[in-house]
Write a protein that binds this ligand. Sequence first.
Ligand code: ISJ
Length: 455
Amino acid sequence: MDQREGVARADTAGLVSRTVRLPDASLSGLLRTLGKPNAVWTAPGEPTVTGYGAAAQVTADGPARFATVRERAGAVFESVDRPADAPVVARPRFLGGFAFHDGHSATAHWAGFPTATFVLPHVQVVTTPEATWLTVNAYGERASVERVEETIASVRERFDPEEHAAGPPPGVVSTARTTGRAEWRRQVEAATARIRAGDLEKVVLAQALDVTLDAPFSLPDALERLGETYPDCFRFAFRPTDGATFFGASPERLVTRDGRELRTGALAATVGRGETPDDDQQLEADLRSSAKYRHEHEVVAERIREQLQGVASNVATGERSVRKLATVQHLFTPITGETDEHVLSLAEALHPTPAVGGLPPDAALDVIRETETFDRGWYAAPVGWFDGAGDGTFAVALRSALARGEHVRPFAGAGIVADSDPDAEWAEVQLKYRPILDVFERTGDATPDAGGGDR
Ligand SMILES: C=C(O[C@@H]1C=C(C(=O)O)C=C[C@H]1O)C(=O)O
């Protein structure tokens, strides 16, 4: 370290950030050596970021929450002491997320999850296929290069990642539903009646399960299993306080901003996977050709293009394809553009897309609030990261669950349009629970059944 630099800047209030290289480590090794992270982010084509402790945390409420987070985080990035040759990939990043509704007031399940909260980790580890980097961040009057260097030394000393295979699934003791089958049928029928009456085009209705495990939730094991089955999904975990972890493996990018480049897309309309390649092809053919699925998908793509007006230029729509996941397949249309906006402003413009809200947006949000009997919390809302330049990625927090000790609450929903059939939508929701349930169930555990009774 340059001693003069340390002395000259030690008394400057601001962000001090230093990066060193660590021995290479897998995510599971990392999570087992550095203790409980408060943020984990793994995304296709991006480095994996894990964060421990907070150099700074910004929290916000209400309709202005996106702007408030941007302003408060902007203040933290205002004066940054970080060597010019430090690796860009290991730069300081805020990680966190938002609640689905701006009027979120955490019910007991979501205790500890504000309407918006982001952490700039004190200890931030970034892994790429080439290297593992440790960044230590400190912010405020007491931040100094000396203290940052001390933390780096102590993390290096403790850092001893060992490979561990995930343990066996903990097993599921019991499962209860927030929404029984008869109630779901009433909900979907009420929504389709409203759609036919003309004041609503589409609404995404969701439900949750209350799952009790046979052993406490293990984040390293859960992320390892999700990584095996969903390597191309956004795998995330957030633990804003000690109490609960919100985690998942979402297929849906809300938005990425990388310099001037903006990437988003429409992911909507769902069928299952076939038992045989022929069945699977048939399902894919139905997905591509059915008027219901195409409508459900097209309203999302069209609305996203509208939502981008004013925040992006040269908006272009790519070719529609079918995104195949372990238990479901979706229609997907990539959408790109150019932008000068902060990724938080883009997330604000896009959330909620009709893939998780509906159309018209306000009417759909009212129907969701009036209909759903559980608290969405952070489910189906933006989770991700941003940096000091306003670059970042947000995923839509789907195929997700809230875990607290032995209790796990997975969430799943389905887009309801005029000709939705309650039973088919019910079956679709059950398939969307699978990514989470498969992490925990042992063969032989009673599974909540896709076709059956009321509970
Ligand atoms: C709402 C969920 O998924 C969303 C709804 C979809 C649909 O209605 O077809 C498909 C993908 C997602 O945009 C969920 O996974 O809970």
